[in-house]
Design a protein around this ligand. Structure first.
Ligand code: FRU
Length: 473
């Protein structure tokens, strides 16, 4: 049955069938969140890139809608963004409607250009602009336009990737049709892979109401990075140390994330694709392939003189909670099996690591398990999927089995906020200052949950565990 297949996430976004990758065109309009995404309408591997479409009022329960932007004349519709053109600057409005305008990359093997499509019926049907392309540099790699309205300069700004140059180009326009380059940013930080899917947005500073910093996202091949600084309407200036790479996510599967800039709270909410190009086509899920990570609300805070991105799942994820089990002050010297079994849960856990290695094992059963561990000596949080079971579908998946990140304890404590959903686990450590997103493919019967401690006793101070309701019923 649909949405009950092996490995099928229950509270993460997936499509009934076929391949999906990047989220596209994230826009909030008239009380509705639109999620477009790279999709292949004809199969369960990458190809025939088209914009699929879904809408939601709460970013959790989604309605699947017809394809928005099609592949046409051999030109695929690659990633991009969408805006609500409130003032009809584009002139695309019909009968006084506020048009939704999508800005996407037209792709062929030899050329990438930027193009427009618009909708005057709240995103249900789309028309490609007759004057496409609106931006053509005669380049093979030149993609992923992300557009927002700059209040200050009263014009549209586009962040656009020059992938091989490891640069983001900024362009300006009054009408979405004519664009002028105003600056470039980069290369900087992680230049190990092509730069894709830039997104520039204003993000609130934690604890300073009404104050914002500008954050720039880029994706490079299999990981993401962010820069924090200022944007004066023309140039983006990074204020973090140029020699350090700042990562959104330390897991192996979080890519091409972009954000809703214009949420009612003015706090951007990011959505990323849960997969990795090194083996994306081979993951063993059918009839669908690809999922979106939980929507994450973004803020920044200054830690040791550096701007750090803080990511937390949106608040109303709480509405999915069902049965609660709570535990307090469990002393674990080896392993302790919780009296709850589930592959679809949320867990908030506070532990006091003192020596050796301690943490939580999920998907436990038949000798298999997935480890979320903390190494006290090096203050390192890690995940390890070596012992999960199914891994032989692609050797790159096997070789990327362990992920690590430094997570300093706060008053001797580590907080792990774990969202496990069949084949996806997201871990938000210490209030979202470090995040991991990882895929795993365990047998359905491996649904145990265990606390463990190797090399000393660890106090697990408090554990709250909620079974989660499916968003697809
Ligand atoms: C990122 C990406 C984009 C491109 C799209 C194609 O994952 O490579 O740069 O527009 O996927 O599907």
């Amino acid at each position: 049955k649909l949405y009950q297949e092996t490995y099928r996430p229950q509270y993460h976004f997936t499509t009934p069938q076929n391949w999906i990758n990047d989220p596209n065109g994230l826009v909030y309009a008239n009380g509705v969140y639109h999620l477009f995404y790279q999709s292949n309408p004809f199969g369960n591997v990458w190809g025939h890139m088209t914009w699929g479409h879904a809408t939601s009022k709460d970013l959790l329960h989604w309605q699947h809608l017809p394809i928005a932007i099609t592949e046409e004349n051999g030109i695929m519709a690659f990633s991009g963004s969408a805006v609500l053109d409130v003032k009809n600057t584009s002139g695309f409005s019909v009968n006084g409607a506020q048009p939704l305008v999508a800005i996407y990359t037209g792709h062929t093997d030899t050329l990438q250009t930027q193009n427009l499509a618009f909708s005057n019926d709240k995103g249900l049907t789309w028309t490609k602009f007759k004057g496409n392309p609106v931006l053509n540099y005669h380049k093979k790699d030149f993609r992923d336009p992300n557009v927002f309205w700059n209040q200050h300069k009263q014009q549209w700004i586009m962040a656009l990737s020059f992938p091989n140059e490891h640069q983001v180009g900024f362009f300006a326009s009054k009408n979405l049709q004519q664009w002028q380059q105003i600056s470039r940013f980069g290369p900087l930080g992680d230049t190990s892979g092509v730069w894709e899917c830039p997104d520039l947005m204003q993000v609130p500073i934690q604890g300073q109401s009404g104050k914002y910093k500008w954050v720039l996202f880029t994706s490079q091949n299999a990981t993401m990075q962010y820069f924090v600084g200022e944007f004066d309407g023309t140039h983006f200036t990074n204020e973090n140390p140029a020699t350090t790479i700042f990562k959104q996510d330390y897991g192996t599967e979080y890519y091409a994330a972009v954000a809703y800039h214009n949420t009612p709270s003015k706090q951007p909410v990011a959505i990323g694709w849960v997969n990795n190009w090194y083996y994306a086509n081979d993951i063993p899920t059918t009839p669908w392939k690809g999922a979106m990570a939980l929507p994450r609300k973004l803020s920044v805070k200054k830690v040791n003189n550096q701007w750090q991105l803080i990511q937390q799942p949106i608040d109303n994820i709480k509405t999915l909670r069902s049965a609660l089990s709570s535990f307090a002050n469990i002393m674990v010297s080896n392993s302790y099996e919780l009296p709850v079994k589930s592959q679809v849960f949320e867990m908030d856990c506070i532990m006091q690591p003192t020596s050796g290695e301690a943490g939580v094992k999920i998907a436990v059963g038949n000798g298999h398990y997935f480890t979320i561990g903390y190494d006290a000596a090096t203050q390192t949080l890690f995940t390890d999927r070596t012992n999960v079971g199914t891994t032989s579908f692609n050797k790159n998946f096997d070789s990327l089995a362990i992920c690590r990140a430094k997570v300093p304890l706060v008053n001797g404590k580590l907080q792990l906020h774990i969202f496990y959903d069949k084949s996806i686990v997201e871990i938000y450590a210490n209030d979202g200052s470090v995040v991991f997103t990882v895929q795993l493919f365990p047998d359905e019967t491996n649904n145990g949950i265990e606390l463990y401690s190797n090399g000393g006793t660890t106090i697990f101070q408090s554990e709250h565990l909620w079974k989660m309701n499916s968003v697809w019923q």
